[in-house]
Structures are given as structure tokens and as C-alpha cells.
Design a protein around this ligand. Structure first.
Ligand code: C2E
Ligand code: CA
Ligand code: CA
Length: 716
């Protein structure tokens, strides 16, 4: 305050007024005098002053009333000092109630009064400064568009400033007293606490960002935090400024978009694609995966562009990009009725009419071919431009990781080469970088398609090969074997299609069909008076199918075949995995009476201890050990060992692939009682079985019996 502070002295006693003026003037104050209450109010209105010294006891108006009137008129800030009697406690109390700021007791020490008022002035000034600072802070806050919080060290809201309540995660009045963890989603609360910890150690922190989904949109926030010390020994609080940076994020996004995306189609551009391929190559290297890089070029695009103009060209490219997206949509596959996992595909536009696709996690080259076929199909549909139809097609090249390259640039280059090859071959086709692969992959795709239709059209059949009981001299049981007499390709052998059926999962419906057919045939033989056990092969994939047990039981019920007339054959490899599920399946089958045989036994690594734990009935000695009999001593030793092992486990043994009398006799000598092979009978149609059942066999006499046996065997 530059001008001297003006004090209004109110007293009816003239002497007191004079002394007071003298003392205050000496202390440097300007003084106005009033002789009573009315006069005081008048003077105050005429000359505004900064402080009032007010005598309590005045004839016209009591000091209290004057005080109350001044307070009402001048507001709460005006310091009013009451001059009261020395020990008059009551008047001190009343002065306080009427709004006085302070009091001075009589008798007044005139030497000190000036100093006393200076002290008062300083307190008053401090209060004014505080008020001003508050007002400035309030104004600053009003100007800050960001959310501002004060948090304690635990992240608990102490107070807040929220100019935009639309940015709050919860209604603002509910914040105080809660922690950020209670109000915000975990990732945002975590960002806050990290910022607090940084500010705790460094005094301030900036840059923590988080995304928040609010009712009217998704927002990004960035935090600036400063530590605010509290009283000595107390934990500090933190002032947290939470800035809405959504727009900045959007700008960053569009910049990235421009750098990594093609603006015409919205697809990733070459750079983004190469980056992605390199990343995926590293991942695939790590977990021995396979990738396909597919390079597509639109046939005939250049002509359209040249004749119909760039605008038309752009429209076609956009439509082509849409079709590419369409081609990798999972729904596509659902329509095909398979439940195999859909390949994940990343698309890109390299420029011009060149597009690429990265196919992740492919199991076989055909997976890439399948994607290419869908793309071909979609690109062949007419493009419509201003009511005019344009026909195009696509040439596609495919390079595979790891076979065709170990980095993005090489894979892309080789896919490009393969695409040129496809163009040379007359467009609208797909080539692998490796020409041999194109051939086999195409064949397998064709075969797969044929398999599907064979299943739909019921083209398969089942034949039965007898297993002979040497001691009894007659048929013991039969093994069901699938046949595929293809209308155009002739008989396709199981080994030429079972592996593909296994890979594509088609073995599940095919295997089910074989089982149903075999059970139905066996049930008919039983009803006709020839009860005969039938053995059915299960593929490893079927064995893994959780619905297997139920499926088998359903078919037994449906066909009326007793469970003990069914034997299931699985290869050693399918069951030897030391797996509780295997044991559960085998036990379930044993409990309901279905027998189990290990097929191709001796080719795997089954140990005696493994076999001991498994509820099996039969071991089928692989044909390769039978073929060397009777001369090959190693084969003899193996068959003997298998027989001894089976004997100790109480299992029966069937020798497979018995082609000669000598083999059969050698096996009989080794006490192998069940024999199967061309020597006895080739697999025959169901209708031929009853006849075979009436036959009796003996290995003692040689040629004549063999001749009669093979006469009966209808070759299929
Ligand atoms: P496998 O289970 O070991 O079946 C025996 C195979 O040996 C049959 O071949 C049979 O015709 C053949 N064979 C029988 N006796 C002789 C012989 O004396 N000499 C020779 N060289 N071969 C003989 P097939 O029918 O071609 O079946 C081949 C394989 O295909 C089967 O081997 C089996 O693993 C699989 N398979 C056949 N039918 C089915 C089926 O319905 N489901 C499943 N999952 N697999 C099947
Ligand atoms: Ca078998
Ligand atoms: Ca076998």
C-alpha cells in the first residue's frame, strides 16, 4: 500500500480523540475523527478509510451498533478495532459478536498504541494478500481446460477441478475420498500411480498416457504431476493435471496411417507389409512355423486404366481391396462346413495393381492355395463401373517360408517371380515359387475335393479280410478295410487317400461311415446265424476325437451289434503318447466290452511297461516282420519276442501279411495262433464272408488247401 493508511477514530471524548490522533499520526497513519456513531457513519461514507477505531461507550449510538452498521456497509474485510473497558469481558465478547476484528482495552497506553495498530495493519495486509492470491488462483484454474486433481500418496482424491465433466470417469462429486484404483480402470489407475511414484522421487513427472473409454467416446489423457509438500513429517500430496490429448493421438494415428497405409485402399503399404513379414518370419523361426507370401496382380488392369481412365482404375483397385478383405473373412469357411482353424491373413497393396497377402501359420502349401482360390473366385466376378461391367482376373504367385526364403524381401521377390510365371502360363492361375510344389499341391487339392464329393455321394465301400484261427482251423474274425472305387480314376488305394483325409480332418466322417457299415454288416451276419467279430481301423485323429467313445456306442446301439463283436485297431503311435486321455478312452472301451488291438505292432517304440498299463486285447504283428519268415533269423527273433511279451500280458497276437504256406507254418510253430494275409484270403466283399465261414483250414497239407482258399478269395 503506497498511500498512508487512513484510520477513522470514533470517540465522544474529545481528549481521547486528540491523544489518539497524535499517537496515530506519529506512527504515520492518516486520521479522520468522528465524535459519535452517526458522525462515524457519515464520515466513513464521505472518506473511505482502511481501519476504524471505535469507542464502545457513546451517547448517541452504542459502539456495537456502529460496528454492526459499518460491517454491513463495508463488508467483512474492514478491520474494526473496539476500544473497551479494561476488565469488561462482557463488552469484549459483545464486540466480537457485532463483527469487530480486534479490541484494545482502556486505559490506553499512548506510547504503544501506534505500534499496536502497525501490527494490526500487517496482519490485515497479509489477509488481503491471501485473498488476492486466492482470487488469482481461482482465475487461473478457470483458465485451465484440463482436469486437475490433488491426490494423496496412496492415490486418494483430496480435491479436484473438472471444467469438463464429460471427461470424468465418474460423477465428480463422488471422487473425493476414493482412490484412483476405485474410480479408474486398472490400466489408467496404474498409469496414475506410476506418475505419482515418478513425482515422488523427482518432484514432478510428465508423459504418462492412458486411454479411457467414456460413455460418449474413447479419450486419451496425458498426466503431469507435481509433488506438493505438506506439513513437516507428513506425506506429500500430488497435484495431477490430466490433459485430454485425444486430438493429438488422432493426428499421430493419421500420420502413421500415411506412412504405413495406402490411402486409396486403406490397406497396409509395402513398408508396413515388409515389416510385418519380417516380424512373422522371426516368430516362425522361433516356433518352426510356416508362412505363405502371396503376390497378386490383376490381369487386364492396365487396359482398363488406359481406356477408362484413372478414376475408373482407382475404383477397381478399391473394389479389389474389398474383395481381398472379403476373401479372408472367416465366414467364408463356415460356409464350407469345416471347423479347421481359419488361417490368419495380412493384406497389403504394394502399388499399382499389385497386392500381397501374408498367410500365417500354414500347415501345408494347400492352405495358401486355398486362399489363392478364394481370391481367384472373387476377382473373376464382374466389376461394375458406372453401370458398365468389367471382367478381370488375378495372377497369383506364392512363396513359402522357410522353403523359398528366410526374410521378407526374398520371400516377396520370389512370390513376385512365381506370379510372373502364373502370368506366362495364361493368367488367372496360381503358381508356387517351387514348380514341383505347384504340381503336388494342386493334385492334393483336387484329391481333397474328390474326397469330399465321394463322402457326399457315398462312393466308398468296405471289404473284409479274414483272420484265421490256426488251432480251430477256421475264421476267427474279419478286418474291415475301406475301398474307394472312383468312377473315373479306378480303385484308389487307402494309402493314397487316408493320409490326406487325416490331414484335412475328413477322416472323421469317413471313419464313422466305415464303422457304421462294418457294424451293420457284422450285425447282419449275427442275425443270419454267423456271429463274427469285426475289426475296424481307427486313425490317430479319430482316436483324439473327444466324441469317439460316444460315437462308437451310438453306432453299436443303432446297428444292434453287441460290443464284444467289435474290435478297434489303432497303430502303436496313436496310443503310446503317455497321456491320461488315452488311458481314459481305452478304459471306457474295455468297460463296455469293446476290444482294442495295437496295429502294425513292432514298428513303434512300445515298451513292456507301457503295454502293461493299457487295457488291450490283441497285438497285430506288422507285416514287415512276417515277410522274412521262415528264413530271416532277425524277424524270427522279433516275432518270438512279441509272442513272449503278449503271452506274459495275456494278449492274443495276429500275424499280418501272411503270403505263403511257409510263413504260416513258421508262425504256427512259434505258437502264433491268429494269421491274416493273402495266403488265406484277400479282402473280400461282405457278401462273400458267410461262405468263407463254412470252410475248414489246415496248414498240414500244403498246396491243395491253399488253392481252395485262394479260389474263394475274390480279389478287390
Ligand atoms: P492295415 O490296417 O495294416 O491293413 C492291412 C493292409 O495290408 C491292407 O491294405 C491289406 O489289404 C493288406 N494286406 C493284407 N494281407 C496282405 C498280404 O498278405 N500281403 C500284403 N502285401 N498286404 C496285405 P489296405 O486295405 O490297402 O489298407 C492299407 C492301410 O490303410 C491299412 O493298413 C490301414 O492302415 C489303412 N486303412 C484301410 N482301411 C481303413 C479304414 O477304414 N480306416 C482307417 N483309418 N484306415 C484304414
Ligand atoms: Ca489294421
Ligand atoms: Ca496293420
Amino acid at each position: 500500500m503506497t498511500a498512508a493508511m487512513r484510520i477513522l477514530v470514533v470517540d465522544d471524548d474529545a481528549t481521547a480523540r486528540i491523544w489518539m490522533r497524535a499517537a496515530l499520526s506519529k506512527a504515520g497513519f492518516a486520521v479522520t475523527l468522528a465524535v459519535g456513531g452517526e458522525d462515524a457513519l457519515r464520515q466513513f461514507r464521505a472518506t473511505p478509510c482502511d481501519m476504524v477505531m471505535l469507542d464502545v461507550d457513546m451517547p448517541d449510538m452504542s459502539g456495537y451498533d456502529v460496528c454492526a452498521a459499518l460491517r454491513a456497509e463495508a463488508g467483512e474485510l474492514l478491520p474494526i478495532v473496539m476500544v473497551t473497558g479494561m476488565d469488561d469481558l462482557q463488552s469484549v465478547e459483545r464486540a466480537y459478536e457485532s463483527g469487530a476484528t480486534d479490541f484494545i482495552a482502556k486505559p490506553i497506553n499512548w506510547a504503544l498504541i501506534g505500534h499496536r495498530v502497525k501490527y494490526l495493519e500487517r496482519g490485515y495486509q497479509a489477509m488481503l494478500d491471501l485473498r488476492a492470491a486466492d482470487a488469482r488462483n481461482a482465475a487461473i484454474l478457470k483458465a485451465i481446460p484440463d482436469l486437475l486433481f490433488e491426490l494423496d500418496a496412496e492415490g486418494r482424491y483430496v480435491n479436484y477441478h473438472s471444467p469438463r465433466s464429460d471427461l470424468l470417469a465418474a460423477p465428480d462429486e463422488t471422487f473425493v475420498g476414493k482412490t484412483v484404483a476405485e474410480v479408474l480402470p486398472a490400466h489408467a489407475a496404474q498409469a496414475c500411480m506410476t506418475a505419482l511414484q515418478m513425482a515422488q522421487s523427482g518432484g514432478s513427472s510428465t508423459g504418462q498416457q492412458f486411454e479411457l473409454v467414456l460413455p460418449h467416446g474413447t479419450f486419451w489423457f496425458e498426466l503431469s504431476v507435481s509433488r506438493k509438500s505438506n506439513g513437516p513429517g507428513e506425506a506429500p500430496n500430488f497435484i495431477v493435471l490430466s490433459r485430454d490429448i485425444t486430438e493429438r493421438k488422432q493426428a499421430e494415428h493419421s500420420i502413421r496411417q500415411l506412412a504405413f497405409f495406402d490411402s486409396l485402399t486403406g490397406l497396409p503399404n509395402r513398408q508396413a507389409f515388409l515389416d510385418r513379414v519380417d516380424r512373422e518370419v522371426r516368430r516362425a523361426q522361433h516356433n518352426a512355423g510356416q508362412l505363405g507370401v502371396l503376390f497378386m496382380d490383376l490381369d487386364g488392369f492396365k487396359t482398363v486404366n488406359d481406356t477408362l481412365g484413372h478414376n475408373a482404375g482407382d475404383q477397381i483397385l478399391q473394389a479389389a481391396a474389398d474383395r481381398l478383405r472379403e476373401s479372408i473373412r472367416p465366414t467364408d469357411l463356415v460356409a464350407r462346413g469345416t471347423d479347421e482353424a481359419y488361417a490368419e491373413v495380412e493384406l497389403a497393396r504394394l502399388g499399382g495393381d499389385e497386392f500381397t497377402a501374408l498367410i500365417l501359420d500354414i500347415k501345408r502349401p494347400e492352405d495358401a492355395l486355398a486362399v489363392a482360390q478364394r481370391i481367384h473366385h472373387l476377382m473373376r466376378q464382374p466389376f461394375v463401373l458406372d453401370g458398365r461391367q468389367v471382367m478381370l482376373s488375378a495372377s497369383i504367385g506364392v512363396a513359402l517360408f522357410p522353403n523359398d526364403g528366410a526374410d521378407a524381401a526374398t520371400l516377396l521377390k520370389h512370390a513376385d517371380t512365381a506370379m510372373y510365371h502364373a502370368k506366362e502360363l495364361g493368367r488367372d492361375n496360381c503358381q508356387f515359387y517351387s514348380a514341383a510344389l505347384t504340381q503336388t499341391a494342386m493334385e492334393r487339392m483336387d484329391l481333397e475335393a474328390l474326397l469330399r464329393t465321394a463322402l457326399e455321394r457315398n462312393e466308398f465301400s468296405v471289404v473284409y479280410q479274414p483272420q484265421f484261427d490256426v488251432a480251430a482251423g477256421r475264421i476267427h474274425s474279419v478286418e474291415a478295410l475301406i475301398r474307394w472305387p472312383h468312377p473315373l480314376r479306378g480303385l484308389i488305394a487307402p494309402l493314397d487317400f487316408i493320409p490326406l483325409a487325416e490331414e484335412t480332418g475328413l477322416i472323421l466322417p469317413i471313419g464313422q461311415w466305415v464303422l457304421r457299415t462294418a457294424c451293420a454288416d457284422a450285425a447282419r451276419w449275427m442275425r443270419d446265424g454267423y456271429p463274427l467279430r469285426v475289426a475296424v481301423n481307427l486313425s490317430p485323429l479319430q482316436f483324439k476325437d473327444p466324441k469317439l467313445v460316444q460315437m462308437v456306442l451310438d453306432i453299436l446301439t443303432e446297428t444292434g451289434l453287441p460290443a464284444d463283436l467289435l474290435e478297434l485297431e489303432v497303430t502303436e503311435g496313436a496310443v503310446m503318447a503317455d497321456n491320461p486321455a488315452t488311458m481314459a478312452i481305452l478304459t471306457a472301451f474295455r468297460d463296455c466290452g469293446v476290444r482294442f488291438a495295437l496295429d502294425d505292432f513292432g514298428t513303434g517304440y512300445s515298451s513292456l511297461s507301457y503295454l502293461k498299463r493299457m487295457p488291450l486285447s490283441n497285438l497285430k504283428v506288422d507285416r514287415s516282420f512276417v515277410s522274412g519268415l521262415p528264413d530271416d533269423s532277425e524277424n524270427r527273433a522279433i516275432v518270438r519276442a512279441i509272442l513272449a511279451m503278449a503271452d506274459s500280458l495275456g494278449l492274443s497276437v495276429t500275424a499280418e501279411g501272411v503270403e505263403t504256406l511257409e510263413q504260416a507254418q513258421a508262425l504256427k510253430t512259434m505258437a502264433c495262433n491268429l494269421l491274416q494275409g493273402y495266403y488265406f484270403s484277400r479282402p473280400v466283399p461282405a457278401a462273400a464272408i458267410p461262405e468263407l465261414l463254412t470252410r475248414r483250414w489246415s496248414l498240414d497239407a500244403a498246396e491243395p488247401q491253399r488253392a481252395s482258399a485262394s479260389r474263394l478269395s475274390v480279389e478287390v
